[in-house]
Design a protein around this ligand. Structure first.
Ligand code: NAP
Ligand code: MG
Length: 493
């Protein structure tokens, strides 16, 4: 096991100014994997200064997009070269099944390659001529990097969430500070080693591991940080908005969700079972876009519930390195207690429990929770309205399309939604009616670096991925030239 006791600041590995660390825990056995450096606000100062100097010096923003793309491709290659090591670290740190971890690491590499391509395109698309009604003026809109960015990420897709922010920020020409989640810091540190290996200029990417409550405010309020990009919970997102308001910082927020999957009566039952399960049990349901509430047409309701129960009870639960396993432990003790408490509340309130609802009895250690299905969930119950972020799905039946759409839209969130039917006209009508940023038709969850990602309502502000992800890290500057040989002639007329 490598060492994880240092921070990556200004291209060097340094101990925290006030030496401190926290345990990294393997959620499959509750054992300590290693110690991770815990940064304090003093380290924030050093990292922000390094990122600021690197930005202001032009060593990164002054490169062409093509030159920056060279580094991004090199990072992608190194991620792929270390696929097994990185995927294994994610399994140990997060608990997810190994094949899912490999999938995530490959996606992270692809994300760096994708933004390398956009960095190259930026060279020819940086300036756009703007037609003005007065020919004495010439105007261009020019895209420039926002400056120093701070990326704060959650624990559900550790390296992938880092890639979603680091890759576009670097492509745009920003320098940045990455703060991974306390529960899963290890692959972020490996990303620092990769940055070092590809000789990314010092100070361009700085990595601060630590406790969010201790260093988060120092980062988000720092006057030398221009942009805060955050993925995480709604309460922390609100705090970040407030603290970023002091300097009117550019922010983007990717927050939680309670997304609905509407299944019409003409759906293929096998496909419905597959995608409903993918929508809630993948990554142990710890997915912001999880379709954690399902609306099933009354004609197929009881049949599909039975099929789901049978399929859910066949899922092999266990540690992520077991090749048969499809459901690992939850990420940590806090999440485990949170999910079990949500289930217990449903049971106590008499909600119909179709399957699961407990800790599996075969494990003496590890944060395992059975895949859990509740049916006939009342619309005003927390199981229906609150994000659980675990393998718990809440199901209701519906009669009409408009009733299903209304029920799906009745939420403070608007991250995602899914609809299944053989009638594609109906699917597209429902897709347009749903108030959410991502809609899947006849599937749930597949995600591509090219397509926009983000939420309506309290699910966030802004979009990641695709060209939108790059624009998150760009300012637009108007440059207008007076090009007439004649004087303007107002004061000197
Ligand atoms: P969280 O508690 O909000 O933490 C997210 C990140 O913020 C972590 O790095 C955390 O550090 C840090 N943080 C905590 N307090 C902070 C503060 N006061 N200032 C600045 N940063 C602070 O969320 P989580 O429990 O890790 O993740 C689960 C939540 O994230 C769910 O609600 C889920 O829906 C959402 N999520 C959304 C998306 C999306 O794309 N929309 C993706 C994944 C997850 P520590 O870990 O050290 O506390
Ligand atoms: Mg961990």
């Amino acid at each position: 096991m490598q060492n994880y006791d240092k921070l990556f600041i200004n291209g060097r590995w340094v101990l925290p100014v006030h030496p401190a660390s926290f345990d990294s825990i393997d959620p499959s056995n509750e054992q300590v994997i290693t110690q991770v450096a815990a940064a304090s606000p003093s380290d924030v100062e050093l990292a922000v200064e390094a990122a600021r100097q690197a930005f202001d010096s032009g060593i990164w923003s002054g490169l062409s997009g093509t030159q920056r793309a060279h580094y991004l491709h090199a990072i992608a290659t190194e991620i792929r070269n270390h696929l097994t090591q990185l995927a294994s670290l994610e399994v140990q740190d997060n608990g997810k099944p190994y094949p899912e971890a490999e999938w995530d690491i490959n996606d992270a590499a692809d994300c760096f390659d994708f933004y390398a391509k956009l960095a190259v395109e930026l060279d020819t698309q940086r300036e756009q001529d703007i037609a003005l009604p007065d020919v004495r003026f010439h105007c261009v809109a020019r895209k420039e990097p926002v400056g120093v960015a701070c990326a704060i990420i959650p624990w559900n897709y550790p390296l992938l969430m880092a890639a979603w922010k680091v890759a576009p920020a670097l492509a745009a020409g920003c320098t940045l500070i990455l703060k991974p989640a306390e529960a899963t810091s290890l692959t972020a540190i490996e990303l620092g080693r990769i940055a070092e290996k590809v000789q990314l200029p010092a100070g361009v990417l700085n990595i601060l591991t630590g406790i969010g409550a201790d260093i988060g405010p120092a980062l988000t309020e720092h006057p030398h940080i221009d942009k805060v990009a955050f993925t995480g919970s709604v309460p922390v997102g609100k705090q970040i908005m407030q603290s970023a308001a002091h300097q009117v910082k550019n922010i983007s927020l990717e927050l939680g969700g309670k997304s609905s999957f509407i299944v019409f009566e003409d759906s293929e039952l096998d496909a419905a079972v597959e995608w409903i399960m993918f929508g809630i049990f993948w990554n142990q349901g710890q997915v912001c876009s999880a379709t954690s509430r399902v609306l099933i047409h009354e004609d197929i309701y009881e049949t599909l519930l039975l099929r789901l129960k049978t399929a859910a009870e066949k899922i092999k639960i266990g540690a992520g390195f077991d090749t048969e396993v499809k459901l690992g432990p939850l990420v940590n003790q806090k999440q485990y207690h949170h999910v079990l408490a949500a289930i217990e509340r449903g049971v106590k309130d008499g909600v119909r429990l179709v399957s699961g609802g407990n800790r599996p009895t075969e494990f003496s250690q590890g944060y395992y929770v059975q895949p859990t299905i509740f049916a006939d969930v009342p619309e005003d119950h927390p199981l229906w309205n609150e994000e659980i972020f675990g393998p718990v799905v809440s199901i209701r039946s519906f009669k009409t399309e408009s009733e299903a759409v209304q029920s799906a839209n009745n939420s403070i969130f608007g991250l995602a939604g899914a609809v299944m039917s053989k009638d594609l006209d109906r699917c597209h009508r429902v897709a347009r009616a749903l108030r959410a940023g991502i809609i899947w038709i006849n599937c749930s969850q597949p995600t591509f670096s090219q397509a926009p990602w983000g939420g309506y309502k309290q699910s966030g502000i802004g979009r990641e991925l695709g060209i939108w992800g790059l624009e998150n890290y760009l300012e637009v500057k108007q440059i207008t030239t007076f090009q007439s040989a004649e004087t303007w002639g107002w004061y000197l007329s």
